[in-house]
Design a protein. Structure first.
Length: 267
């Protein structure tokens, strides 16, 4: 692995050092593999050796804290912020590479970069970028757009990224609830599997209901008024294509308002 002389160790470098130390490699061999002087590795481990072990994330954070405070260039993140933020995102369930790619886009001035830009900034292969981008696209956390004047694509974090990601999660939770409900019916409500699946249906249905917008109660009320007769929770759920728990939560909300209570009464 060739490294620019004087380049700082990245989080990926430190993760490699940690793994190779655990495998029993010596400083000289680790230095050779990273393309660094042996003194760089020995100094890195000596500075960040904590409680009998070298840990990459802690070493990255400690190095960022020790770095001299420079006045940041307008629009640029503080030194070490991107790597620290990526570590935190990885703790939420994102893979490390997805977290690094997303953070790199997030802190870029334009909010968009090409695959070559990402590979250069993160010092990883284009294949790693491609795989991470694929996962982020599945979660609606980024999109692609043509790079003007070239045949390349740019990866973009849109202004509505959080709304789209929220909607994707809500739909996924509702789908899990529906699948669990079907499973409970197939196995039988009294069977051990049926009981577990029914609990799963209830939880994910409730979660989808909590993540849905405030217009839900009004939608339920409109359905009741349109029917012009009392409807059960199951009938409403079937008519709207929702989980029964979502309908029940909306009815509970509606009952808190006198006007909505009146609207729910049969004519």
């Amino acid at each position: 692995m060739q490294t620019m002389p004087g380049a700082r160790l990245t989080l990926q470098d430190r993760e490699q050092i940690s793994a190779w130390l655990a495998a029993g490699l010596g400083y000289a061999e680790i230095a050779r593999r990273l393309g660094r002087p042996t003194s760089t590795i020995s100094r890195e481990v000596a500075r960040n050796h904590d409680s009998g072990a070298y840990r990459a994330a802690q070493a990255q954070q400690a190095t960022a804290r020790r770095a001299p405070r420079r006045r940041p260039v307008a629009g640029s993140p503080p030194p070490g912020f991107a790597e620290e933020f990526a570590v935190l995102l990885a703790g939420t369930g994102l893979s490390k590479m997805c977290a690094r790619v997303f953070t790199c886009l997030l802190v870029s001035e334009s909010g968009s970069l090409t695959a070559a830009d990402l590979a250069r900034r993160l010092s990883v292969s284009p294949a790693s970028i491609s795989k991470a981008v694929g996962h982020l696209e599945e979660m609606d956390l980024l999109s692609r757009t043509p790079d003007p004047g070239t045949r390349r694509e740019r990866y973009v974090i849109g202004d509505d990224v959080w709304q789209r990601a929220w909607q994707t999660d809500t739909g996924a939770h509702a789908s899990v609830a529906a699948a669990a409900r079907r499973g409970a019916e197939l196995f039988g409500p009294e069977s051990p599997a049926g009981i577990r699946l029914a609990k799963m249906d209830k939880f994910f249905g409730w979660l989808a209901a909590q993540m849905t917008g405030a217009d839900d109660p009004r939608t339920v009320l409109a359905a009741v008024m349109h029917a012009a007769r009392p409807l059960s929770t199951v009938e409403l759920a079937t008519a709207l294509g929702w989980a029964p728990e979502r309908v029940a939560a909306c009815v509970d909300t509606a009952r808190l308002s006198p006007a909505q209570r009146a609207a729910l009464r049969p004519a």
